[in-house]
Write a protein that binds this ligand. Structure first.
Ligand code: NAD
Ligand code: UDX
Length: 465
C-alpha cells in the first residue's frame, strides 16, 4: 500500500517539525497537521515565518518550501482524518497531575481522545501511528478503542517514537541515527509497517529503519530517554565530587569519553537537565515498574530524577552561600530561561526551579532569554503555585537586553548555554554590576581564568578557580 495522505494530530514541538520534514522529503504525499488549538494553527500558517510557534534552526526554510504545496495546517480534525490513509497521533502525554499515578504516570487523556475521534471520523480503513511517547502496552488500549468504536473498519496500529532533540530537530530529522517502527507480526501488520518504511525510505537509508514488535518500540523510547538522562545525572554527580576534591569535571568527562565504550556525547555537567521528556518518561518508567512490583528497577531509575533535583537545588544554594548567605532584596540576573539553547521551549527548565528556590529566599530576579517571552516566564513560575502571581511579578523582571538584566546585579547566573552569552562584553557587564560581582556559570560556557582576570568572582559546575 502506498500512502497518499497523512494526517497528524498535534501541531506541537514534535508534530510540527516532523511533519514539515516528511512533507519536504515526500512531495507526493499530502500532509495535514491538525490541532484543536486555533492560535497554534494560525501561527503555523503565519505569513511571517518568524512567527511559527516552534523555534528550531532551519525549520522556517522547510516550512517555506512545503507549506501550501503538500503541507497544510488546519483545525479541521475530522475531515483531515477522513482524507488520510495514515494518521499520526502526536499529542502531549504529560505527567498526570491528579488521581491515581499523580506525579508519576503519563496522562493518556489526549491520546484516548484522539483514538476515539479517529474511530468516529473514519470512513475507510487506516493505519494509526503512535508518534507520542507512550507507556509500554498503550497500543493495546488504542487498538481496543478503535476496534470497539470504529464502525467495523480495519485499523493497524504502529508505534513510531520520535528521537529528535529540540534545538537540533531539523538535522536530527534529516539524518536520524535510526527510525524505529513497531507493528504486529501479522500479514496486515507487516503491510502497515512496510507502508511507513516506504515513507521514511524517501530520505532515510533502509538499514537505519529498524522494525520491531509494538511493545519493544514503545519501551525503547522510554529506555533511550532514561539512558540519556542517566548520563547527565551521572556526570552531574561526578561534578559535585569534582568540586569537593579539586578535580575538573570537563577533564574527567574527556578522559572517560575517549573510551569508545563510553563515548564522548552527553557528558556535559550542567545545572540539571530539563525539557518535556526526560523527567516525564523516567517517572513513567518508574511507575510502570512499580505497577509490576519491580521495586528495585523503579528505585534505580528514580535516582536519576533525585540526582537532577539535587543538582538544581545545589546550584541555587551555591548562589546563596556566596552572597553571604542571603539573597533577600538582592538582584540576580538570569541569563537564559529555555531548557537548552536554540529552542523557545521552557518545559521543566532548570531555570524555573532555581528561580523558585531563590524567590522563596526573597531574591529579585531579572531574566534575559533571546527566545522566551515575558509572559512565558511568569506562566512557568505561576504554574508552580509556590506564591501568588502578583508576587512573582513583583520579584521577577524580564529584560529584552542582557546588559540591562545585569545592571546593578549582585550576581549573574547562566542557566542556558545560548552561544550569544559567550560573546557578551563581560568587561562591560563587570562595570555594570555591584561589587563583588559574582558569576555562576550553570553551563560551563565561560573561561573561568578570563572571568577572574576581569575581576569577577566566578563559579562553574564541577571545577574550581
Ligand atoms: P506539544 O504540547 O508541543 O504538542 C501537542 C499538541 O497536541 C498541542 O498543540 C495540543 O493542542 C495538541 N492536541 C492535544 N490533544 C489534541 C486533540 N485531541 N486533537 C488535536 N490536537 C490535540 O507536545 P510535543 O512536545 O510535541 O510532544 C508530543 C509527544 O511527543 C509527547 O508524547 C512527547 O513525549 C513526545 N516527544 C516529544 C519530544 C520533544 O522534544 N518535545 C521528542 C520526542 C517525543
Ligand atoms: C531528549 C532526547 O535527547 C531526544 O532524543 C528525545 O526525543 C526527546 O528528549 P531534548 O529534551 O529535546 O531531547 O534535548 P536534549 O538535548 O536531550 O537535552 C535534555 C536536557 O539535558 C537539556 O536540559 C540539556 O541542557 C541537558 N543536557 C544534555 C545536559 O545537561 N548535559 C548533556 O550532556 C546533555
Amino acid at each position: 500500500m502506498k500512502v497518499k495522505t497523512i494526517c497528524c494530530i498535534g501541531a506541537g514541538y514534535v508534530g510540527g517539525p516532523t511533519m514539515s520534514v516528511i512533507a519536504q522529503k515526500c512531495p507526493d504525499i499530502k500532509v495535514i497537521v491538525v490541532d484543536i488549538n486555533q492560535d497554534r494553527i494560525d501561527a503555523w500558517n503565519h505569513e511571517d515565518l518568524s512567527q511559527i510557534p516552534v523555534y528550531e534552526p532551519g525549520l522556517d526554510r522547510v516550512v517555506a518550501e512545503a507549506r501550501g504545496r503538500n503541507l497544510f495546517f488546519s483545525t479541521d480534525v475530522n475531515s483531515s482524518i477522513q482524507e488520510a490513509d495514515m494518521v499520526f497521533i502526536s499529542v502531549n502525554t504529560p505527567t498526570k497531575t491528579y488521581g491515581e499515578g499523580k506525579g508519576m504516570a503519563a496522562d493518556l487523556k489526549w491520546v484516548e481522545l484522539c483514538a476515539r475521534q479517529i474511530a468516529e471520523a473514519s470512513k475507510s480503513d487506516k493505519i494509526v501511528v503512535e508518534k507520542s511517547t507512550l507507556p509500554v502496552r498503550t497500543a493495546q488500549a488504542v487498538k481496543d478503542i478503535l476496534h470497539n468504536t470504529g464502525n467495523g473498519l480495519k485499523f493497524q496500529i504502529l508505534s513510531n517514537p520520535e528521537f529528535l532533540a529540540e534545538g537540533t530537530a531539523i538535522p536530527d530529522l534529516d539524518n536520524p541515527d535510526r527510525v524505529l517502527i513497531g507493528g504486529d507480526d501479522t500479514p496486515e501488520g507487516k503491510e502497515a509497517i512496510q507502508a511507513l518504511v516506504d515513507v521514511y525510505a524517501n530520505w532515510v537509508p533502509r538499514e537505519k529503519i529498524l522494525t520491531t514488535n509494538v511493545w519493544s518500540s514503545e519501551l525503547s523510547k522510554l529506555t533511550a530517554n532514561a539512558f540519556l538522562a542517566q548520563r547527565v545525572s551521572s556526570i552531574n554527580a561526578i561534578s559535585e565530587l569534582c568540586e569537593a576534591t579539586g578535580a575538573n569535571v570537563e577533564e574527567v568527562a574527556k578522559a572517560i569519553g575517549t573510551d569508545s565504550r563510553i563515548g564522548p556525547k552527553f557528558l556535559k555537567a550542567s545545572v540539571g537537565f530539563g525539557g518535556s521528556c526526560f523527567q516525564k518518561d523516567i517517572l513513567n518508567m518508574v511507575y510502570i515498574s512499580r505497577s509490576y512490583q519491580l521495586n528495585e528497577v523503579a528505585d534505580y531509575w528514580e535516582q536519576v530524577i533525585k540526582m537532577n533535583d539535587h543538582q538544581k537545588v545545589r546550584f541555587a544554594k551555591k548562589i546563596i552561600k556566596n552572597l553571604y548567605n542571603t539573597v533577600s532584596g538582592k538582584k540576580i540576573a538570569f541569563l537564559g530561561w529555555a531548557f537548552k539553547k536554540d529552542t523557545n521551549d521552557t518545559r521543566e527548565s532548570a531555570a524555573i526551579y532555581v528561580a523558585d528556590f531563590l524567590l522563596s529566599e526573597r531574591a529579585n530576579i531579572c531574566v534575559y532569554d533571546p527566545k522566551v517571552p515575558k509572559e512565558k516566564v511568569y506562566a512557568d513560575l505561576d504554574y508552580l503555585n509556590t506564591r501568588f502571581p502578583e508576587e512573582n511579578r513583583q520579584l521577577v523582571q524580564v529584560a529584552t537586553d542582557p546588559y540591562e538584566a545585569c545592571k546593578d546585579a549582585h550576581a549573574v547566573a547562566i542557566l542556558t548555554e545560548w552561544d550569544e552569552f559567550k560573546i557578551l562584553d563581560w568587561g562591560q557587564i563587570y562595570e555594570l554590576m555591584l561589587k563583588p560581582a559574582n558569576v555562576f556559570d550553570g553551563r560551563n560556557i565561560l573561561d573561568g581564568a578570563e572571568m577572574n582576570q576581569l575581576g569577577f568572582r566566578f563559579q562553574a559546575i564541577g571545577k574550581s578557580y
